[in-house]
Structures are given as structure tokens and as C-alpha cells.
Design a protein around this ligand. Structure first.
Ligand code: ADP
Length: 517
């Protein structure tokens, strides 16, 4: 069978994109497969084409109930019989759809993983000729993923009960090496049958903006864009969405809003106006974007720090799906991290879950403190190798490269002298010789490193510590109260085997300059 011809015939596309053909060939030859392809790469075709070619039914497992209808509608428009069963339809309709599937009138059936816990549904599956089970957003199965869902693990256990032993195809856009391993183990997929196309998005230009007035930045940025260019501004709360959207409109930038607190009707209208280029700017919470397929988004601006690198890359990745140059900008303010910490503290979930969330946030924050190429930082996070992109805000940073080996040694030796049991604030306080009462009981003033950086402000030393952690000279333990530990790389600096450079000049802010008389 010529797969290219089938692709053209059914979907009208001339060529496969990277990874698609290999995945489809593996699936058709009954090999359980994991596909890791970036957002927008075309994961859906990987199960849709086999579903049409094969004689039986394909089950598609997805956590995104709200998107199922759109996905099914799109398939039906393309002449592919598909349906979904979920909590949005009543029992009568659901029975009718199950009958349709049993009669062989449906090729793709979309369901949420929770359905597999229901007896009647498992019973129904027993009679079906299921060829393929496609698992969308497969990272949800892993505790190390950014969106762990226990229902995915339970569902994986039910897979073994299916009588037809269908082929398994797990798909995700965001998998760190740990998450990849988890998916492979829980679904018994070999590394050999894992297809990964790499996370690089060449046409994205990443930028981290610090220490600015965010609204002034936005105004200037938007003024300099072509009129009518599409972009998304992500804010962290509904309230913030409302405020920014209103402010933009007051300043003559046409913007719409999107968050879970709006009526379904308004969300739909706003989304459509954005997709059809009627209103170019969308201000939204992270509720916006999943399954939205708009190719000409020219910029994605994060008004405050997202919770994880996974969600950041997924959201930023909504820019430039058409392959044209696009911006991914993060406006950073330390206060936003405090808000995120607060949200984690207040969230449901046990301590180990929270610890995990703190760790994810810390890695996200390290992205903003790092001075290496931003694209490369993200690629390495996902276990890919990358070269400097040459166009992100770090690659283009022209400030002078300063040798800060001596300052680094001071910080690292202080961390060691404090027993590697304290966090950033305490270490910075000791280095600047703070008189803070909380420190008194530890007798730190007896340490040789007490006040060794007294010419610097505590804030500057704190930023230096963030930088050293982001670049891997210090390790940071997970949890609510992270402590600093000198890493192997840091130990080399202490031994004089490695030098440290930083572009931001560390200014001895408290140096007293005597005027000449
Ligand atoms: P993902 O799920 O990986 O984010 P989708 O499956 O939604 O991506 O596909 C993104 C877009 O790319 C869709 O509009 C899809 O129709 C299109 N697409 C997928 N495969 C191809 C292809 N081989 N050629 C052209 N367009 C494609």
C-alpha cells in the first residue's frame, strides 16, 4: 500500500511531516509505539490514517472532553465516521452511539480515560474489533509529567482486559527523559519503538524581559508590530486577563479575553473572532489554546511566569505554526514567583505532589536566570541536544562578559560552611553580613565567609545565587524550603579547575566613593 497516496486521498496532503510515516508504519505492522512530536507537528494523522485504513475500530483516549466534539466534527467533515462518548451527552445518546460503533458504522471513538472504570463500558468494549488504541496527551500517565492524571494509570491497567490485543499508540508533545521512561514502562513500549522528532522550533525567537514596567513594554511592543498581526497574551488569573484586556482596548489595541469564568457562548465567539483574524489579540489564561489550530500567531507573550517549562513551551509553541518567524516573550518579575508558590501551597494534593510542583517552578525560574541560549535551555530540559539559536535575548545579549570566578568561590564556600542545609535567603544574608535576628541562633558570624560580600546588596547576591543555580554550579533540593548544595561543577570552580563568566556585571552597590577634595 502506498501511504502517500492514502494521505493525499483522505486528507489532501502531499507529504508526510517528520515522524508521521514512521509512526504510521509501525502502527500498521502492529508495533506498540510512542510518538513524541512537538505541538503542531501533526500527531492526529498518526492515528487517523491507520484508523481509516484498518478494518476495525480505533479508540482515541483524550483527557480533553471539551475538544472531543470539535475533533469529531472535523473528522466528519472530512468524511471519516467518528463519534465521542463522554459526560456531556445523556444516556440515551450514549447508547445510540455505542450501537453505531457496534454496527461498524464508526471508525474512531473518542473517550476520556475515566470511562474505563465503568462496568457497562468495559462490557461494551469486549465485543468490539478494536485495532488501535491511540492515547493522546500520554504524558498524563506519568507522575513526573506536568499534568498527571491517575485515571490514565487506571486506564492502562484496563488495557490488558481488551480481548483483541489492540496496538497501542501513545502520543505527546512534552516529555522529559523521565516522563518518556514512565510512559514506556506503564504501556510496555520499547525505546526502540519510540519515535522522537526533536523539540526544536527553529522559527521561534525567545526572550526574557526583566525589570520593566510590563504595560509600557506591552504598549511599545504592540506599537512596533504590523497592524492586525495575531498574538496571545497569557496571564495567570482571570482577574489579570480582564484588566489587561480592558487596558489594551482603552489604548486602541483590539483584544478579546478568554478564561474559564466566561460563558461558553462568549468563549466560543471570542475564540472564533481570534481564529478568523477579526480580533488580533487574545488575552487568556491557560484555559485557552488546547486544540486551537491557528497557524499565523506571530507572538505569544507571558505576562507572568508559568508553572512549568512544559506548559511554557506548549503555550509559547502556539506561535509560528506556519513556520514563519515568531516571538515567545516572558515578562519576568520575582513577585510572580511568590504568587505561584502561594498557589502551590494552597493547592490540593499531598506533600510529595507539592514538592514536585515546587521543583518544576524552580526549573521554570532558572530559565529566567540562565544566560545560556534560551532555546537550548528548553531543549536540554527535554533531553535534546541543541546549538545556540543566535537570536534569543541571551544569544543577543551584548553586555560585557565578566569573570566572576572569585565571587562564585565566595558563594560556594559559604554554602559549604553553612553545612549545605540552607536556602538562598540565608546564604545571601550571611554573605552580606546581615544582622537579621533569624540568623542569630546559628552563630554564622563566626564563619569566615560571614560578611565576605558586604559590599553587595542582599538582592544582588540573591540574583547571583539564582544564576549559579540556573547554570548548574549549585544544586537546589526540591520542596517548599529548597536548600543549596554545591554541585560537581561547583566543586570544580572551588578547586580552580573551571572559571565562571557572567554578562550581568555584579556591581558592588554599597561601595563608598570618596569624592576628591
Ligand atoms: P498536534 O496534535 O501535533 O499539535 P495536529 O495533529 O493538530 O497537531 O496537526 C496540526 C496541523 O497540521 C493540522 O492543521 C493538520 O491538519 C496539519 N497537518 C498534519 N499533518 C500534515 C501533513 N502531513 N501535511 C500538511 N499538514 C498537516
Amino acid at each position: 500500500m502506498n501511504l502517500e497516496e492514502k494521505l493525499k486521498e483522505i486528507f489532501g496532503y502531499d507529504n508526510f511531516r517528520k515522524g508521521q510515516k514512521q509512526i504510521i508504519e509501525q502502527v500498521l505492522s502492529k508495533q506498540d509505539t510512542l510518538g513524541i512530536l512537538p505541538t503542531g507537528a501533526g500527531k492526529s494523522i498518526c492515528y487517523q490514517l491507520p484508523a481509516v485504513i484498518q478494518s476495525g475500530v480505533t479508540l482515541v483516549i483524550s483527557p480533553l472532553i471539551s475538544l472531543m466534539k470539535d475533533q469529531v466534527d472535523q473528522l466528519n467533515v472530512a468524511g471519516i465516521p467518528a463519534t465521542f462518548i463522554n459526560s456531556t451527552i445523556d444516556d440515551f445518546e450514549s447508547n445510540f452511539r455505542m450501537q453505531q460503533v457496534e454496527n461498524g458504522a464508526i471508525k474512531l471513538l473518542f473517550v476520556a480515560p475515566e470511562r474505563f472504570g465503568l462496568d457497562y463500558f468495559n462490557h461494551f468494549l469486549q465485543h468490539l474489533p478494536i485495532d488501535l488504541v491511540a492515547i493522546d496527551e500520554a504524558h498524563c500517565i506519568s507522575q513526573w509529567g506536568h499534568d498527571f492524571r491517575p485515571s490514565y494509570v487506571e486506564f492502562a491497567q484496563h488495557l490488558q482486559d481488551l480481548p483483541t490485543q489492540p496496538t497501542i499508540l501513545a502520543l505527546t508533545a512534552t516529555a522529559t527523559p523521565k516522563v518518556t521512561e514512565d510512559i514506556q514502562n506503564l504501556l510496555s513500549i520499547t525505546p526502540y519503538n519510540t519515535v522522537k522528532t526533536g523539540f526544536l522550533r527553529k522559527n521561534l525567537r525567545f526572550e526574557v524581559v526583566k525589570g520593566v514596567d510590563k504595560r509600557t513594554f506591552l504598549k511599545n511592543y504592540l506599537k512596533n508590530r504590523e497592524k492586525g498581526e495575531s498574538g496571545i497574551i497569557y496571564a495567570s488569573t482571570r482577574k489579570e486577563v480582564e484588566e489587561i484586556c480592558e487596558w489594551l482596548n482603552r489604548n486602541n489595541f483590539k483584544a478579546n479575553r478568554y478564561h474559564a469564568g466566561l460563558s461558553e457562548n462568549e468563549r466560543k465567539t471570542n475564540q472564533e473572532q481570534f481564529i478568523y483574524d477579526e480580533i488580533p489579540i487574545m488575552v487568556a489564561t491557560n484555559a485557552f489554546g488546547m486544540g486551537i489550530n491557528k497557524s499565523n500567531v506571530r507572538f505569544v507573550i507571558h505576562y507572568s511566569i508559568p508553572a512549568t517549562i512544559e506548559s511554557y513551551y506548549q503555550e509559547a509553541g502556539r506561535a509560528g505554526r506556519d513556520g514563519l518567524e515568531s516571538d515567545a516573550i516572558l515578562l519576568f518579575s520575582p513577585n510572580d514567583v511568590r504568587i505561584r508558590n502561594f498557589l502551590i501551597e494552597r493547592s490540593e494534593g499531598d506533600d510529595s505532589h507539592k514538592e514536585h510542583e515546587y521543583e518544576k517552578l524552580r526549573q521554570m525560574q532558572a530559565y529566567t536566570s540562565s544566560e545560556t541560549c534560551l532555546q537550548r535551555y528548553i531543549l536540554e530540559y527535554f533531553g535534546d541536544e541543541g546549538q545556540a539559536c543566535g537570536k534569543c535575548s541571551n544569544c543577543l545579549d551584548e553586555r560585557e562578559d565578566v569573570d566572576i570566578t572569585v565571587e562564585t568561590q565566595k558563594v560556594l564556600s559559604c554554602v559549604i560552611r553553612m553545612g549545605e542545609r540552607f536556602g538562598k535567603t540565608a546564604v545571601a544574608q550571611v554573605l552580606v553580613g546581615s544582622k537579621n535576628k533569624n540568623l542569630a541562633k546559628w552563630n554564622f558570624e563566626k564563619l569566615s565567609t560571614f560578611g565576605i560580600m558586604k559590599n553587595f546588596s542582599q538582592k544582588a547576591v540573591g540574583e547571583l545565587i539564582d544564576f549559579l543555580a540556573a547554570e548548574g554550579f549549585l544544586s537546589v533540593t526540591a520542596g517548599k524550603f529548597p536548600t543549596l548544595i554545591v554541585s560537581n561543577r561547583g566543586a570544580k570552580v572551588l578547586k580552580g579547575q573551571e572559571k565562571v563568566h557572567r554578562r550581568a556585571t555584579l556591581i558592588a552597590e554599597k561601595t563608598v566613593i570618596h569624592s576628591e577634595t
